[in-house]
Design a protein around this ligand. Structure first.
Ligand code: GUN
Length: 296
């Protein structure tokens, strides 16, 4: 079989960034409305710092009002909640994102529940999750939305009846992407750490979504020949080259063993250069959506 098509997250995310930039300019010119995004980062997690910087830079590049609040890892829960409440009440802010995971000792659920569902551009609030599960208009988590754009770039609207297997059941990725695949009339299985014979379940998939956060866990022989593979994982690992590894050099890999998978899949997203870029682009899109809804 020929090598899989590599789904280009850079090209697709650039297109969304351009669309958002045009939309922001139009909202400013015609309605005097500047969409505003507030990102909250608690602690010093290196990966989170990179993601948050990217979210700030991209939202500014699109012409949005963008603020980043950095809080120490030992911030009191009440102080974090108070910040979210202040942002809920701020008319210049239309989207609020609290970067996860939060440091130990902070209650993620309580923080997410405090975010106004209208400003919940991460789509994590139970109101948005519930609306999504019932097929109602909702703010939908950014990684799943971006993954669907990549999937449709390969399969167009021909998703009905396809067997989709989502490996992972997080509220940020696994569960919402399963809902979106279901809305697209796929037959959806959510697999997870307790699934019996995971390789056999994965081999059923026309569409395989890997969202487990374990480097290169999904092997090439778990993939049905010709399947479309969406790799959501972003894992930092030592270089394969032992000399570079000994120097402490690291690189990013996905949840799929990418090189061997290229020989089996029909299409696959790379890491880096895949879903991660789409997440940020879709966050900007969600912020514009929220701003338009709030402004009425
Ligand atoms: N951590 C990793 N991805 C995300 C995301 O999409 N949103 C938030 N809030 N935290 C994350």
């Amino acid at each position: 079989m020929s090598q899989a098509r590599i789904i280009d997250g850079k090209a697709l995310s650039d297109r969304i960034q351009d669309e958002v930039t045009a939309e922001v300019a139009k909202l400013k010119a015609e309605h005097g409305l500047t969409p505003g995004l507030a990102v909250v980062l608690v602690g010093e997690d290196p990966a989170s710092q990179v993601y948050v910087r990217s979210k700030g830079e991209r939202s500014k590049a699109a012409g949005m009002h963008s603020v980043t609040h950095r809080l120490p890892a030992d911030v009191a829960q009440a102080e974090l909640i108070a910040l979210v409440e202040k942002l809920n009440a701020d008319p210049a802010i239309h989207g609020i994102l609290v970067q996860l995971p939060l440091p130990k000792g902070l209650d993620e659920k309580a923080v997410i529940t405090t975010i106004s569902p209208d400003k919940d551009v991460d789509g994590l609030h139970v109101v948005n999750a519930g609306r999504l599960s019932q097929g109602l208009p909702a703010l939908v988590p950014c990684t799943p939305v971006g993954s669907m754009v990549m999937l449709r770039d390969v399969l167009g609207d021909n998703l009905a009846g396809k067997r989709a297997v989502v490996v992972g059941r997080s509220i940020l990725v696994g569960r919402p992407i399963a809902q979106l695949l279901l809305q697209a009339d796929c037959t959806v299985t959510i697999a997870h750490s307790r699934t019996v014979d995971l390789p056999a379940v994965c081999r059923e998939a026309d569409i395989l979504v890997a969202a487990v956060g374990r480097p290169r866990m999904i092997q090439a022989d778990w993939i049905k020949p010709g399947a479309t593979v969406i790799d959501v994982g972003i894992n930092r690992v030592p270089f394969d080259d032992p000399i570079k590894a000994a120097e402490g050099k690291t690189k990013l890999v996905g949840d799929v063993a990418y090189k061997p998978a290229l020989q089996v899949a029909g299409a696959i997203t790379p890491v880096p250069g895949g879903v991660g870029l789409m997440t940020v682009a879709c966050l900007l899109q969600n912020t514009v959506t929220a701003a338009k809804r709030i402004a009425g």
